[in-house]
Design a protein around this ligand. Structure first.
Ligand code: 3PG
Ligand code: MG
Length: 377
């Protein structure tokens, strides 16, 4: 991949106005009647760039999407809570209102893109996690202004690129999450690049069915049976050998529920549903992880928000943290898990990108990165 342009080349920014596309799509919650950012990871990750630009004399304005208001002004999607947190962390940087309040953002409307850069001298994309979207704020500014990749975006790209192109071996990938359809592309690529791919989470049950196993009422997608079977034949993918679950229909999720979990071996009976990997799988997966020289982890092993169903994800998080391998965590849920267990300092790299890191691993590039490379200003 050819190099992305950086802002170092601009020198002094005294009197210049810089537009920075960030991804401050942070989780928020009602705290005493005020919408409050509950995880400011994405804001904190951007501070070094803001501080550098301010130190060079620039006026800095940031822009972000926030939720999915679908082109309309929807009050609960106002960036106000993010703006408050940003002002605490880095006064002096202005934040525009939610880009997605304008339908031109998601339709990649050149006129909307042009309106964004009016009055600006430079554009920086520091939103790796939004760079898989062909949206106006990502695609249009590089055609109009001298443009650069932000340092955090660069680090994300370099880390994932190196991991895929020259990993220390054994390279162990761990892929989880609910839906097989969302993760099949990455499993396919990783089963070529990695030495072992550990598959857990809801997506694993479709793989299990190809082996003649019964999964009760667990998540399953018949349209991917054939390809899951073919992928398993490649010999690199390991699927769970046991599970933990609940009777079909009982409550589960954040905060737990009244029912006790049940352990299953290879097969899950009709009236039950698997929600986590079982103890044998935990042990087998952790042994493989402890042997790795490179680890990529994307997606939880079970419904880890429910304390009864979190053992698999926690065991994997702890094994990844304990390993001395180069370890990269991507995907909102696995990042939340590793942070929830307080282990984020014990991994090599935590990606800010969920869908973007998946797509980068799968396709080797993103539309927003291409736009920066093709910028001729
Ligand atoms: C994310 O939070 O995953 C990114 O900000 C992208 O958001 P989107 O999926 O709404 O485009
Ligand atoms: Mg997302």
């Amino acid at each position: 991949m050819s190099l992305l342009p950086t802002h170092e080349r601009w020198g002094s920014l005294e009197g210049k106005r810089v537009l920075v596309r960030v991804d401050f799509n942070c989780p928020v919650a009602d705290v005493d009647g005020v919408l409050t950012v509950t995880d400011d990871f994405r804001i904190r990750a951007t501070l070094p760039l803001f501080e550098d630009l301010l130190a060079r004399g620039a006026t800095v304005v940031a822009c972000t999407h926030f939720g999915r208001p679908k082109g309309e002004v929807v009050e609960k999607y106002s960036v106000a809570p993010v703006r408050r947190r940003l002002a605490e962390l880095c006064p002096g940087v202005e934040l525009m209102e939610n880009l997605r309040f304008n339908p031109g953002e998601e339709s990649n409307d050149p006129a909307f893109g042009a309106s964004l850069v009016e009055g600006f001298d430079y554009y920086i994309n520091e939103a790796f996690s939004a760079s898989h979207r062909e949206h106006a704020s990502i695609m249009i500014p590089p055609t109009l202004l001298p443009s650069a990749a932000g340092p955090n975006l660069l680090r994300e790209v370099e880390t994932l690129h190196n991991l895929l192109e020259s990993p220390a071996r054994p390279f162990v990938a761990i892929v989880g999450g609910a839906k097989v359809k969302d993760k099949l592309g990455i499993v396919k690529v990783l089963s070529e690049k990695a030495d072992t791919v550990l598959v857990g989470g809801g997506m694993a049950y479709t793989f299990e069915v190809t082996q003649g196993r019964t999964i009760g009422g667990s998540l399953f997608d018949a349209s991917y049976l054939e390809v899951c079977g073919e992928l398993l034949e490649g010999g690199k993918i390991r699927i769970p050998s046991d599970a933990i679950g609940l009777p079909v229909g009982v409550p589960f999720g954040p905060g737990g529920g009244p029912d006790e979990v049940v352990s299953f071996g290879e097969n899950i009976p009709d009236d039950y549903e698997g929600f986590d990997i079982g103890p044998n799988t935990r042990e087998a997966f952790c042994a493989i992880i402890s042997n790795a020289a490179t680890i990529l982890w994307n997606g939880p092993m079970g419904v880890f928000e429910d304390p009864r169903l979190s053992a698999g994800t926690e065991a994997v998080a702890r094994a990844v943290a304990a390993s001395s391998a180069v370890s990269v965590i991507g995907g909102g849920d696995s990042v939340a898990a590793i942070q929830g267990y307080g282990l984020e300092d014990q991994v090599s790299f935590v990606s800010t990108g969920g869908g973007a890191s998946l797509e980068f691993v799968e396709l080797g590039d993103l539309p927003g990165l291409k736009a920066l490379r093709e910028s001729t200003k």
